[in-house]
Design a protein around this ligand. Structure first.
Ligand SMILES: N=CN[C@@H](CCC(=O)O)C(=O)O
Ligand SMILES: [Zn+2]
Length: 414
């Protein structure tokens, strides 16, 4: 594999030591940088870096050189929450929202997740793979190079397995790390509206054993929310998943204070995600803990719901990650550059905090921070090279304007 030397880097950003696997509270504002730098990629990994006045004397033979021309170099975005496998977009609901209907009203009228589930029954694995691959390629071009993808539009044994097999194929076909979360507990199918235990038994007795036998999921997810899965039902599902070694990453407190945060923490969830409706008890549950609060500001932006209280979480010494939530209903965008801007503009995170939340803490929310998420020797050479910009703050400040000039994946120009 050819080696790549990137020279004339205006500022190299995110030089965390390899032992730093996650950042919490005040640590999140610490984003080490190096000015006027070079960086060497060998065998797909970051092998060395330094300042331009001390370029390495001995260089590999098969070396390709690329000048960053004064641009910034950052670790690629690590997006730890997405639903990019879906059968069809839902613009009709977008228009209903413009006319004043809420997410809950649309869902109660048979739209929402059930709308996507109905379309999923008909979709072929091939079509699902092709459309998800287009979305994923777009995301990679926008700087994402590690991704979590959920099932959850199947809501039946066959369709949930179909979604997870599509995610497995994406894992095999793309050069970036991908993690799969099993989210059959996303909504109750209509046939089980008044028989919650019937559907929960199907998840526990039929889906989990097959998924485990085929190794199709890395995590268990539940939408713990009023009108969806209760705290008791979430507890039951997470207990069952633990028997198959599936750790939780759950949807909590999106539309109301659901108790989802506390039940996630009780089950040592890797992350509890959303938290738009978080109260003091939920913040206290995350304070000083290892469960990551993954905030999804594009969802608040699109649905017009409150933004999560990032400042209170950071104040409480919690680890905070930012992710896209790319899905057809609440967030039809996987652009992490916009997530970064919203993190600063709406969640009042400092640029350094928001960048750490989109990189190292995002990687940690997928248990990938040993291999990606910072500029650290031995980690994947997955990089974003920007145009020359006036400061780090310019990146989130210039919202909606791409500053990305080149994407590097596994040490190769993409
Ligand atoms: N809230 C649950 N799941 C998705 C939305 C799903 C949908 O509307 O299709 C979310 O994270 O926002
Ligand atoms: Zn989600």
């Amino acid at each position: 594999m050819a080696s790549l030397l990137i020279t004339h880097i205006g500022t190299l950003v995110g030089l965390h030591p390899k032992e730093q696997l996650m950042l919490r509270g005040p640590e999140m504002s610490h984003l080490p940088t190096l000015e006027d730098a070079w960086l060497l990629c060998e065998n797909g990994l970051i092998s060395d870096f330094g300042t331009m006045d001390a370029l390495p004397g001995k260089l590999p033979n098969d070396l390709e050189t690329l000048s960053a021309e004064g641009g910034y170099v950052l670790p690629s975005w690590c997006d730890s929450h997405s639903h990019i496998v879906f059968a069809a977009p839902r613009e009709e609901e977008f228009v209903m929202k413009i006319a004043g209907k809420s997410y809950e009203e649309i869902a109660a009228a048979g739209g929402g997740i059930l709308n996507s589930a109905a379309k999923m029954q008909q979709a072929t694995e091939e079509a699902l793979f092709e459309t998800a691959a287009i979305r994923l390629n777009d995301m990679i071009q926008q700087g994402t190079a590690a991704l979590e993808i959920k099932s959850g539009y199947g809501l039946s044994v066959g369709s949930e397995l179909k979604m997870l097999r599509v995610i497995r194929r994406l894992k095999e076909s793309f050069p970036i790390p991908i993690k799969a979360s099993f989210l059959a507990a996303h909504a109750f199918p209509i046939a089980y509206k008044n028989n919650h235990q019937g559907y929960i038994s199907q998840i526990i007795d039929e889906m989990l054993p097959q998924i485990s036998a085929e190794g199709l999921a890395d995590y268990m997810d539940v939408f713990c929310e009023t009108g969806f899965f209760s705290v008791e039902e979430t507890d039951q599902l997470l207990t069952a998943a633990a028997k198959y070694g599936l750790k939780p990453k759950i949807h909590a407190n999106q539309l109301s204070v659901s108790g989802g945060v506390q039940i996630g923490v009780k089950h040592q969830a890797i992350s509890v995600d959303h938290l738009e409706a978080t109260d003091e008890a939920a913040i206290a549950a995350l304070s000083n803990g290892n469960t990551i609060a993954t905030l999804l500001p594009s969802c608040s932006f699109y649905l017009g719901i409150p933004f999560a209280n990032a400042r209170a979480l950071i104040q409480a010494n919690a680890p905070v990650a930012l992710a896209s939530d790319y899905n057809p209903g609440s967030t039809p965008s996987g652009n992490m550059n916009f997530v970064l801007s919203l993190g600063c503009i709406k969640l009042k995170m400092l640029p350094e905090e928001a960048i750490n939340a989109c990189t190292l803490n995002g990687a940690a929310a997928m248990e990938l921070s040993r291999e990606t998420g910072s500029i650290t020797k031995g980690k994947k050479a997955n990089l974003i090279i920007t145009r020359p910009i006036s400061s780090l703050a310019f990146l989130p400040y210039s919202f909606g304007q791409s500053q990305i000039k080149t994407i590097i994946i596994n040490g190769k120009i993409r």
